[in-house]
Design a binder for this molecule. Structure first.
Ligand code: AMP
Length: 429
């Protein structure tokens, strides 16, 4: 019986992988310029890590985590996001002792049991970065400008940032209370989900997708009117820097993000071409999370971008160098010479395919053509006898004898092959 991949989990085939590799390499290179180091976090963690930091009443913890008992009874979950693990690692390895300000990034799969649709999977991939140990507005802005730089390098032209401030431990409780009072008075206009969540997590009313809730919450109190003076100053500064940097952003007072740990700056990046799942990424500040995880009382800020969604909105993948040399041995006796030559040419950096000597010349040529090879090196009885290959230049459509002996230094062999092809094609031109 045929077994297929699990719903919401998918294979990434070579062509798409090449696109992902380009996106990842571009991100790595840029993150290095901003002085980030890579943290490879585990796929599974104790479930309590996520329920404590993301929040018991968040959608992720309530219904989307892949949770299971390990054989010793420990409850584990596949990571649904990266920040909780980064903070755990930061505390566990006392990273602050060596680096009071830590800039860390991660790339890898995340797991959430959501309803799969275009751009939404149960296993998806994120590139994320975190700065732990700074609580000033300039670093919030830097995290955002790094996103902007990355998107520009990837040729994403329609990205826009949505920004909000979620207040802090001083002003958010006051706002929360005001929103709860408002919610109680408008209970009949809210969906079942929001009614249920009102007392525990009233902020979620603001990002409910139900039409009725959206209409009702238009008259709800806004966080902006409740920000305390330090939060207001922080938000003003972040915005001023972003404006100065020419970042395309709007303030969205409804933006609350799905994770409980955010405070002050929260943002999302949206782009065209993604359908209903229009967010490429999101992030924000999470002061208090490191302390709650048993670490020092330092602030943190970070962002995560979805790789699948970046791949949907990025420009064309730069062309990869194609297959340069196809070695076509004729007869099993030629296999050894073909294998040796192939390996030597690869050691010189050429992209080489070596076929089996059991195939005919016709089938070799057909396959070389299909693979888009530039040169075919034919190794038949004659060629082995005189220890020199025959060459077909598939691009110039030329045949020539390769005057270089098969036993020449591979570096010389490759250089002469390329040179002969240039000469042969200029003679016929
Ligand atoms: P979040 O922290 O939930 O806002 O996620 C950050 C980014 O990860 C989103 O903006 C998406 O690009 C991506 N993402 C989140 N969930 C999924 C999913 N189920 N499938 C694909 N990408 C996702």
């Amino acid at each position: 019986m045929k077994i297929s991949a699990v719903k919401g989990f998918r294979d990434v085939l070579p062509e798409e992988s090449a696109r992902w590799s380009w996106i990842e390499a571009t991100a790595r290179e840029l993150l290095a310029r901003y002085d980030y180091g890579e943290l490879r976090i585990p796929i599974a963690e104790r479930s309590t890590l996520f329920s404590r930091s993301i929040g018991e009443t968040s959608d992720i913890v309530e219904k989307e985590m892949y949770t299971f008992d390990d054989r010793d009874g420990t409850q584990l979950s596949l990571r649904p996001e990266g920040t909780a693990s980064v903070v755990r690692a930061y505390v566990e390895h006392s990273i602050q002792v060596k680096e009071p300000v830590s800039k860390l990034f991660y790339i890898g799969p995340m797991f959430r049991r959501e309803r799969p649709q275009k751009g939404r999977y149960r296993q998806f991939h994120q590139i994320g970065w975190e700065v732990i140990g700074r609580d000033d507005p300039a670093i919030d802005a830097e995290v955002i400008t790094l996103v902007d730089d990355l998107l520009a390098r990837l040729g994403v032209r329609t990205a826009r940032f949505q920004l909000n401030s979620l207040g802090d431990g001083t002003c958010r409780p006051v706002y929360r209370e005001a929103l709860t009072v408002w919610g109680r008075a408008h209970l009949s206009e809210l969906c079942d989900n929001c009614r249920r969540r009102l007392e525990q997590n009233p902020l979620r009313l603001l990002d409910c997708k139900e039409e009725g809730c959206r209409a009702a919450t238009a008259s709800a109190p806004a966080m902006a009117d409740y920000l305390c003076a330090p939060c207001r100053a922080h938000f003003d500064d972040v915005r001023a820097i972003l404006e100065g940097e020419g970042i395309n952003f709007v303030v969205d007072p409804r933006l609350v993000r799905g994770l409980d740990y955010y405070c002050r700056t929260a943002f999302e990046i949206v782009a065209e071409g993604l359908g209903s799942q229009n967010a490429v990424g999101g992030g924000g500040r999470y002061d208090g999370l490191v302390k709650a995880a048993g670490g020092p009382d330092v602030g943190g800020v970070g962002v995560a971008l979805g790789l699948e969604r970046l791949a949907m909105v990025a420009g064309d993948t730069p062309l990869q160098p194609g297959l340069e040399i196809f070695i076509a041995p004729l007869g099993r006796d030629a296999d050894l010479t073909a294998a040796r030559l192939g390996r030597e040419l690869r050691s010189q950096g050429a992209r080489v395919e070596v076929e089996s000597g059991s195939r005919s010349l016709k089938s070799h040529m057909r396959r070389a053509d299909k693979l888009g090879a530039h040169y075919v090196l034919i190794l038949g009885e004659q060629e082995l006898g005189r220890r020199a290959a025959s060459v077909r230049d598939m691009v110039a459509k030329l045949d020539f004898q390769c005057a270089i002996p098969l036993d020449a230094e591979p570096e010389k062999f490759l250089a002469t092959l390329r040179q002969l092809a240039v000469e042969a094609s200029s003679q016929t031109a």
